[in-house]
Design a protein around this ligand. Structure first.
Ligand code: GLN
Length: 285
């Protein structure tokens, strides 16, 4: 078949299945399966696919129609304009998580701490830690995760993005066994309330690891642990930036303020939802 025919077939199937932006997705899916740039698909509509390529396109279309996101099919996702490989143990990095990087970068503009030590609690693919190490050349960082499969991926992503010399990865249940102090602590913990499980999209529920998604009945379970752990591990002048879920700002602030933190900033995502919160320890009078 030609690329043009594939585009028509895939677009038609995707839009029938209710996939938004079916036309763009069809192009990206073909480019991904053929391991070419997106522009190749636009420029070579008469390219004749081989039988091997046909089989791969069929397979990708079938999996996509079952709800598997394109980033998982490709096994790679862009975050902060850097490439990250994914496996079944890592959450697919979301664009809104880039807000945490923005928050850190804005804040440290005004700081002179040097050299910084960064901690990423629940590092997953390593996207937060690696993007920060990439931006801040005078830093070193530690990424911890409960999942060994995630740590393997994070380490290989650090190598891919040329920050492995400044990154360490360790298996740990949050901050257990860690000693402070860290100047910057980031985390995108699991925060979806278990009661919302039924309403999740297929692409999330079946393809993201549950360990990275669910934060107990009310979604705040991990923040209860984090308030304690970050309070112990954060340097006095240090900054902690956390991702939070819909409607969780008050609950998370209550936990952290009680543990001796003050809020420095809250950043909203494109949907206007409070998504990243920056906090610092209050210094005892
Ligand atoms: N942001 C993800 C989602 O809403 C959830 C990831 C998380 O719990 N940190 O799909």
């Amino acid at each position: 078949m030609t690329i043009k025919e594939w585009r028509q077939l895939i677009e038609e199937n995707l839009s029938k299945a209710g996939v938004p932006n079916a036309s763009l997705e069809a192009k990206w899916l073909i480019a991904g399966a053929l391991e070419k740039e997106n522009s190749f698909v636009t420029l070579h509509s008469s390219y004749l696919t081989s039988s091997q390529e046909d089989a791969k396109l069929q397979e990708w279309l079938r999996r996509r129609l079952q709800g598997e996101p394109l980033s998982r099919l490709k096994g790679i996702r862009e975050f902060w304009s850097l490439p990250f490989h994914l496996n079944e143990h890592t959450l697919d990095p979301r664009p809104e998580t880039e807000l945490l990087i923005e928050g850190v970068l804005k804040w440290i503009d005004k700081r002179t701490l040097d050299p910084w030590r960064i901690l990423d609690l629940g590092t997953g693919s390593g996207c937060l830690l690696i993007a920060l190490l990439h931006e801040l050349k005078n830093t070193t960082g530690l990424g911890v995760d409960l999942s060994e499969g995630a740590l393997t991926m994070a380490y290989s992503n650090a190598t891919l993005n040329k920050v492995a010399a400044r990154a360490t990865f360790q298996q740990s249940n949050w901050g257990e066994d860690l000693e402070g102090a860290f100047d910057i602590i980031v985390s995108n913990p699991p925060y979806i309330p278990l009661k919302d499980k039924e309403t999740l999209e297929k692409s999330v529920l079946y393809f993201d690891p549950s360990l990275a998604l669910f934060g107990g009945e009310d979604g705040l379970e991990c923040y209860r642990i984090l308030a304690r752990e970050i309070s112990r591990l954060l340097a006095i002048e240090g900054l902690s930036v956390l991702e939070i879920g819909y409607g969780q700002r008050k609950g998370v602030e209550a936990l952290f303020h009680k543990a001796g933190f003050k809020t420095l900033f809250v950043l909203k995502d494109l949907a206007g939802i409070d998504r990243a919160i920056g906090m610092q320890k209050t210094i005892a009078p």
